[in-house]
Design a binder for this molecule. Structure first.
Ligand code: TXA
Ligand code: MG
Length: 337
């Protein structure tokens, strides 16, 4: 594995590698992705192998221009309503942290879509994938982590987790969002959020009207991002509703994670026994965007520091709080599969 900068000469090395069917980990505004040529089935097979990802988990295809949809999207199957929603969503939110599930053309490899009739498509806002896609064509890129583990938000996370299983890593610094894209299925009558993420539900509803949210307690998962357990650290994590995390529960070696300093202080004030664990906050001032950016970073750090267990309290719901609470609930140890 070779680490590359995001300077133009380094990106031309990355682009050559992608054209040859090699794997290149790339920064995006959400998390780092493990990129391969979306139309090269050998390269796609290597993505699944490197991630130890089951073949029933489809990949996101990344584009850098709407015209690239012509190679991917079956417009007729989308229908007039779907095409209207696609146009509105693409205008409002692309490039950005929104992945759309769309009907696919037969030429999109089944390996990319796990044999589904639909395909996940995203136009990332980050300049590195934009330059690489403009030069190599659409890139399939799942998050660059071993299947089921925390998503990487820094090049060093990818190097630690995938190491020699990737050919190159482009270092673009820490990710702006730190949480994956929102996955929205627009193949049906009512759009459905399959995975809350960097684009809040409210912003989508302001654009295309009411959307539903996949209910994991009743839905049969069609994709692992919908599984109850995913994005999990090695340390056991327990999740508490707001106001319910009592610091006196902590034992030596435990770390308590609160949304804001005010939340941590409120909890400490109600604590009857001396505290033995340590406290971390996702955002000092209680800013949701900062909390989302800190989440995977902090969990990676706690995992490498071998903490005994993590006790975390949920964020207020709404906005990016929904995406962070979704990741925290999938990271819970009682959900391990
Ligand atoms: O922010 C992101 O979305 C990052 C960056 C790299 O773009 N990518 C990412 O990819 O998170 P991945 O593979 O870790 O998550 C993609 C999610 C998975 O939950 C997958 O199952 C779902 O999208 N997905 C992909 N194709 C699908 C389809 N046709 N139908 C339903 N879900 C699909
Ligand atoms: Mg992932």
């Amino acid at each position: 594995m070779e680490l590359l900068s995001s300077a133009p000469h380094a990106l031309s090395i990355a682009a050559d590698a992608l054209r040859k069917g090699l794997l290149v980990a790339i920064p995006t505004e959400t998390v780092y992705g493990l990129a391969a040529d979306a139309f090269n089935t050998m390269a796609l097979a290597r993505v699944f192998e490197a991630k130890r990802r089951p073949h029933f988990d489809p990949l996101i295809i990344h584009i850098s221009a709407l015209s690239m949809l012509d190679r991917i999207l079956d417009r007729d199957s989308l229908g007039a309503g779907g095409q209207d929603r696609l146009a509105r969503l693409a205008t409002a939110f692309w490039p950005g942290p929104l992945t759309l599930i769309l009907p696919k053309l037969p030429r999109v490899p089944d390996l990319a879509t796990s044999g589904l009739p639909s395909v996940a498509v995203r136009w990332p806002a980050h300049p590195v994938p934009q330059a690489l896609i403009a030069s190599c064509g659409p890139l399939a890129a799942p998050s660059a982590n071993p299947f089921g583990y925390l998503s990487p938000t820094r090049a060093s996370h990818v190097a630690e987790q995938l190491g020699e299983r990737v050919d190159y890593i482009v270092d673009g610094g820490p990710c702006e969002f730190g949480v994956e894209s929102t996955v929205l299925d627009i193949t049906g009558e009512t759009p459905c959020i399959l995975r809350p993420g960097g684009l809040p539900r409210q912003a989508i509803e302001d654009c295309v009207g009411p959307v539903s949210l996949l209910d994991r307690s009743v839905a049969h998962p069609t994709a692992p991002g919908q599984l109850k357990s995913h994005y999990a650290p090695h340390a056991p994590l327990s999740l508490f509703e707001r106001g319910q995390l009592d610091p006196s529960l902590a034992r030596p070696g435990d770390v308590l994670v609160f949304f804001s300093r005010a939340d941590a202080e409120r909890a400490m004030a109600g604590c009857s026994l001396p505290m033995t664990g340590s406290i971390r906050v996702l955002s000092e001032q209680g800013d949701q965007k900062e909390a989302a950016r800190s989440l995977f970073d902090l969990l990676h750090e706690l995992d490498s520091a071998s903490v005994r267990s993590i006790l975390a309290e949920k964020l207020p719901s709404g906005g990016l709080g929904d995406a962070v609470n979704d990741r925290l609930s999938k990271a819970r140890s009682q959900n391990r599969i």
